[in-house]
Design a protein around this ligand. Structure first.
Ligand code: PEP
Length: 250
């Protein structure tokens, strides 16, 4: 039985002060919602303040990226051991990191391994572009991303990860994938290759989120699909309506 998991990806939004004000407004209401794991992923500079305001809350904290190296000459990067005092999760390979910061499949694999070695739960993002979708390349592309991300993992390591299926054409566009479309792609492009790599039991244990213009009004429909275990939420995680979105997921 996979516990639903809703994570908010704040991207480059909210200062530390704004984050604290916002979380003070919503955390008590989020804490009352049972049967769902919840996390927020603020910009890295706000992580310590967010962890402090959420101490004692059920709402977890995630980073939006870590470096695949432990330390050293990687200007602008953040190491896993710098976030472990504050975070339980880390988003790995978000399509914006892949597109604007050159993150390669091999780095996603390395970052996820480092995250696991530090006891963090990676939220590994995969998803196709509009061109790939329209060319009928979704299954081969997304399953390729999954195989690369999990290359060399043990079944136990794989089971400790969360995957977010986020079609690039649905992120921040207001154009969400239909439930059947998202669920079908998650099944064919993610659960099937995971079963081939790690066995059916492990594939069934891994939580897979949908991401792409998820809102209060459409989360329940996504959650009704047996292969969708939650959502990675961008824009709708920045407003108080996030509480209703999470409540509607269970
Ligand atoms: C995201 O950035 O992961 C995302 C899904 O964004 P949005 O919900 O705004 O489409």
């Amino acid at each position: 039985m996979r516990t639903p998991f809703i994570a908010g990806n704040w991207k480059m939004n909210k200062t530390a002060a704004e984050a604290v004000t916002f979380l003070n407004e919503i955390k008590d209401a989020l804490d009352k919602i049972e049967g769902v794991d919840i996390a927020v992923c603020p910009p890295s500079i706000a992580i310590p303040a967010v962890a402090e305001v959420l101490s004692g809350s059920k709402v977890g904290v995630g980073a939006q990226n870590i470096c695949g190296a432990e330390s050293g000459a990687f200007t602008g990067e953040i190491a896993a051991n710098m976030i472990t005092p504050f975070c339980q999760y880390v988003i790995i390979g978000h399509s914006e990191r892949r597109a604007y910061f050159g993150v390669l499949d091999s780095w996603v694999n390395q970052k996820a391994k480092v995250a696991l070695a530090h006891g963090l739960t990676p939220i590994i993002c995969v998803g196709e572009s509009l061109e790939q979708n329209e060319a009928g390349e979704t299954v081969s592309f997304v399953s390729g991303q999954v195989k690369a991300a999990f290359d060399g993992f043990t079944a136990e390591q794989a089971a400790s990860c969360v995957i977010a299926y986020e079609p690039i054409w649905a992120i921040g566009t207001g154009k969400s994938a239909s439930v059947e479309q998202a669920g079908g792609i998650i099944h064919d492009s993610i659960r099937v290759p995971l079963a081939e790599m790690f066995g059916e039991e492990t594939a069934q244990a891994i939580r897979i989120q949908y991401g792409g213009s998820v809102k209060e009004g459409n989360i329940a429909a996504y959650m009704s699909h047996p292969d969708i275990d939650g959502a990675l939420v961008g824009g709708a995680a920045l407003k108080a309506g996030f509480v209703e979105l999470v409540a509607n997921a269970v």
